[in-house]
Design a protein. Sequence first.
Length: 365
Amino acid sequence: MKSITVELADRSYPIVFCPGLVTGADGSEQTVLAAAMGDSIFIVSNETVAGLYLAPLKKLLGDRKVDVYIMPDGEAYKTLDQIDAIIGKLLAAGHTRETTLIALGGGVVGDVTGFAAAVYQRGVAVIQVPTTLLSQVDSSVGGKTAVNHPLGKNMIGAFHQPKMVVMDVETLKTLSPREFSAGLAEIVKHAALADWAYFQWLQAHQDSIMARDSACLMTMIEWSCRIKAEIVASDETEQGRRALLNLGHTFGHAIETLSGYGLVLHGEAVAMGLMMAADYSVRSKTLFESAPAQLARLLTAFSLPTVLPKGLIKADFLQAMGRDKKATAEGLRLVILRDLGRADLTSQIDEAALEQTLAFFLNNP
């Protein structure tokens, strides 16, 4: 059994790799879950994932008191209404501060469950059991929890670290091709911002990755988790370096907000945002000119979009970018590329370069 520790002093926690744990193929590691929770459990999942993995997970929990909340599937339900519903059920069932919440699902389930755990009775324990590629390599690690607002993505939330993240790579075999590809966008992001060797490895193994070769998936997920764990450990609440993990997200969140939550998957928006960030970096003279083409080839190999949806308006786009959480009183901040494998955060915005990037991708003045 492999594990990676997110080092946060007395709140450190393991990312545990247990292939077959919740898919029912191998229950030998069930003590991993038992060690991290008390006798009262509240599971949050969605309609899709629950039908696949809820019964095996409940079986692992033995005789503990277990209550379940099944939320609708999709980004459109990452709302305060769902938080209210979860808290209502927790209260009605008599759950206390000793309860452990378990998030069984993808990024939406993880974010919603984590935020509910952060605010219920001022904070209870949460265990993340991510079942999508995107949630395994990104959203389940690091303690960011949030719901969306009509004016911006992830605008209502809290930092609330899990007690444990449990990953069963076998769950990825049930993902649709589109959802699998969406997760690869965050992986490309990790490589582009932090590790040129990783970027080259992705290029060399793209066919095996798309075939969902188990050994390749384990290597890839572990590599991404190590990158994220190290960055989170150095800057838990995003006062500086952790903002680099938002490469492509200032553009990507604007795409999601303006397109309507759920119509463009988060990973798809990140892929488009990565292309915009790379283009802006070239135009602002921080990145070599051939880098965007290399990035586009890898994203295309992973069946990810590199061109924006039609109909987005520049004025609306700029307004959505201005609400980005990295913005300060002084204005917008962007994560830029200085090389493939090296990123930087800047508040020195080249307005002409940004105008050119927006005009190029939005195809309107």
